[in-house]
Design a protein around this ligand. Structure first.
Ligand code: ASP
Length: 466
C-alpha cells in the first residue's frame, strides 16, 4: 500500500461542517495516512484566523485584554467540539494559557495543536505532536535526516496519524514556529519523511489559478506546473503554496497535488518534475516556435486535461500571470559602479539592513537600480536617499514610486512571454520601467506604473485563454 501525505489548510477546518468534509476525504482513501493540519482559518471574510488571534493575544498589553481575546478562541474551539459531538477536554491547556505559562512561539503554535487533536479524535486515529517529529536546527531550518528517521518510525507503528502544522522543536526541545503559512512546509516534510508517493494539499480553490481570481473572476486552473515554476509563482506573490514547501520534495521527486476540499473531485493542479523535464527535452527554440504557431490557431492556453498524450502541450503552457503593486525603484548614478564588484556589494549590504529583499538590480557601468517593496522598508525613503548621497557619494539618486511588477511564468517561455507582455503593454498604454527575464528561462517580469496592473493582467489573460 502506498502512502499519501495530506495537508488541510485553515479554511478547510474553519468550523465543524468543513472538518466533516475534510474527514470524509481522509476516510475515503486508506493510503491517506499522514495528515497535517493548519489552525482553523476564517469562516467568513471579516472573521479572524485562530493564529492571528493568538498573535494578537501575545501582543496585548493587559491581562484583561489577553483574556478577552482568549475567550474568543476558547468559544470557537468549544463550539467546534460540541458541533462535532466529540468529547475532548482542553481544560489543562486552557488553564496553562490563561495563567501565562504558554507564550511566544509555543502560544502561536497552539491553533494547530488544538486543531490536530480535534481532527484526530474525529477520525478516531493517532495524534502526533509536531515537536516529536519535526526537528529544527537552531536557526529554524528543518533537520531533514532527523525528521526522516522519526517519521519512518512513526509510519511503522501507526496506520494513520494527524500532525499539527506550522511548528517543530529546536535542538533544546523548545517549540519554534515556521514562517507564516508554514503548515504547507510541515506537510511537505512529512511527505519527505514518509517517502510518500504523493503530497496532497487541500485548500479552498481548485488548484493553482492562471491569474488571481480577484482580478480575473473567470480564470482557469493550471493543470500541470513544475517545482521551479511554483517557487517563482509564490515568490512573486501568488497565494498557492508556501515556496519553501517545495524544497524537501524536489530531490525525491514527490509530486504535489493541490485540490479543493469543497470540490475534491474537481479540477486540480499537479506540481512535479515532469513538466521541466519535458520542456528541457522537447522545447528547442525551433520546436517552441512551431508549436506556438499551431497554438495561435487554437488559442494559446488550453486547459490541459490530465489524460493528455501530447507532451508538448504540457511543456509549452504558461503556469501563471502574477502581479503585485507597491514597489519602488532607487536609481543611483555612481561612476564605475558596474565595474566595481566590491562597491556594488557594499550598496547591496546597505539595502540589506533597510529592507527584506532587493527584487532586481539592473545596472550599467555608471548606474544601478534597486527595486524594493515599499512595505518592506524599515527606513524612510528620504533618509535612504540622503545616505546614498552622503555615504556613497552618489552623483544622482531618483526614486520611482507606484511600480507594479507582473510576471508571466512558463518553463522555457521567456522569449514568448516578453513578446506577449510588450504587445499587451502597448495595447493598454503602459510604459515599461523595468524588464527582467531572470536567469532561469521561467518567463519574464516587467515593472510599470501600478495603474495599469489590472488592465494588463486582464489583457494577458484574454490573450492566453482566448
Ligand atoms: N496557522 C499558521 C498561519 O496562519 C500556519 C498555516 O496556516 O499554515 O500562518
Amino acid at each position: 500500500m502506498g502512502i499519501k501525505a495530506v495537508k488541510f489548510g485553515g479554511t478547510s477546518l474553519s468550523h465543524a461542517e468543513q472538518m466533516k468534509k475534510a474527514a470524509e476525504i481522509v476516510l475515503s482513501d486508506k493510503e491517506r495516512r499522514i495528515i497535517t493540519v493548519s489552525a482553523p482559518g476564517k469562516r467568513f471574510p471579516q472573521d479572524e484566523k485562530i493564529t492571528d488571534l493568538l498573535y494578537r493575544m501575545d501582543g496585548a498589553q493587559t491581562k484583561e485584554e489577553k483574556e478577552k481575546i482568549f475567550s474568543v478562541i476558547r468559544k470557537r474551539l468549544d463550539t467546534m467540539i460540541s458541533d462535532l459531538g466529540l468529547h475532548l477536554d482542553f481544560s489543562d491547556e486552557y488553564r496553562e494559557i490563561s495563567e501565562g505559562n504558554i507564550k511566544g512561539d509555543r502560544l502561536f503554535s497552539m491553533g494547530e495543536y488544538f486543531c490536530a487533536k480535534i481532527f484526530a479524535t474525529l477520525l478516531h486515529c493517532h495524534f502526533t505532536d509536531a515537536a516529536d517529529v519535526i526537528f529544527l536546527h537552531e536557526n529554524g531550518t528543518p533537520d531533514l535526516p532527523k525528521i526522516k528517521n522519526a517519521v519512518q518510525n512513526l509510519m511503522k507503528k501507526q496506520e494513520r496519524t494527524v500532525i499539527p502544522g506550522f511548528y517543530g522543536a529546536k535542538p533544546n526541545g523548545e517549540i519554534a514556529v515556521l514562517p507564516r503559512g508554514g503548515s504547507d512546509i510541515t506537510g511537505a516534510l512529512t511527505a519527505y519523511g514518509a517517502d510518500a508517493d504523493i503530497y496532497e494539499n487541500f485548500t479552498d480553490v481548485n488548484g493553482v489559478q492562471l491569474a488571481d481570481p480577484r482580478m480575473v473572476p473567470n480564470t482557469v486552473t493550471v493543470a500541470e506546473i513544475s517545482y521551479e515554476e511554483l517557487r517563482r509563482l509564490s515568490s512573486m506573490g501568488a497565494c498557492v503554496l508556501h515556496a519553501d514547501s517545495v524544497l524537501p520534495l524536489m530531490a525525491s521527486e514527490i509530486p504535489i497535488f493541490i485540490r479543493n476540499t469543497n470540490d475534491p473531485n474537481g479540477d486540480y493542479t499537479k506540481i512535479s518534475a515532469q513538466k521541466r523535464r519535458i520542456a528541457a527535452d522537447d522545447c528547442s527554440p525551433i520546436q517552441a516556435s512551431l508549436a506556438s504557431k499551431q497554438r495561435k490557431r487554437r488559442g494559446r492556453f488550453r486547459i490541459i486535461s490530465h489524460s493528455i498524450k501530447k507532451r508538448r502541450n504540457v511543456a509549452l503552457s504558461y503556469s501563471g500571470i502574477v502581479g503585485q503593486k507597491g514597489y519602488l525603484l532607487f536609481s543611483v548614478v555612481l561612476r564605475e559602479i558596474g565595474k566595481n564588484i566590491s562597491d556594488f556589494g557594499n550598496l547591496l549590504r546597505f539595502f540589506e539592513s533597510h529592507t527584506k529583499h532587493v527584487y532586481s538590480t539592473p545596472h550599467t557601468v555608471d548606474s544601478v537600480g534597486l527595486l524594493v517593496n515599499k512595505d518592506e522598508l524599515n527606513t524612510a525613503q528620504e533618509e535612504l536617499v540622503r545616505q546614498l548621497y552622503e555615504d556613497f557619494h552618489a552623483e544622482k539618486v531618483s526614486v520611482t514610486e507606484h511600480i507594479a511588477l507582473l510576471s508571466l511564468i512558463g518553463e522555457n517561455l521567456s522569449a514568448q512571454s516578453a513578446r506577449l507582455i510588450l504587445k499587451a503593454m502597448k495595447e493598454v498604454g503602459a510604459e515599461p520601467i523595468l524588464l527582467d527575464g531572470g536567469a532561469d528561462s521561467l518567463g519574464m517580469t516587467v515593472g510599470f506604473h501600478e495603474n495599469f496592473l489590472l488592465p494588463l493582467v486582464k489583457k494577458l489573460h484574454a490573450e492566453l485563454v482566448g
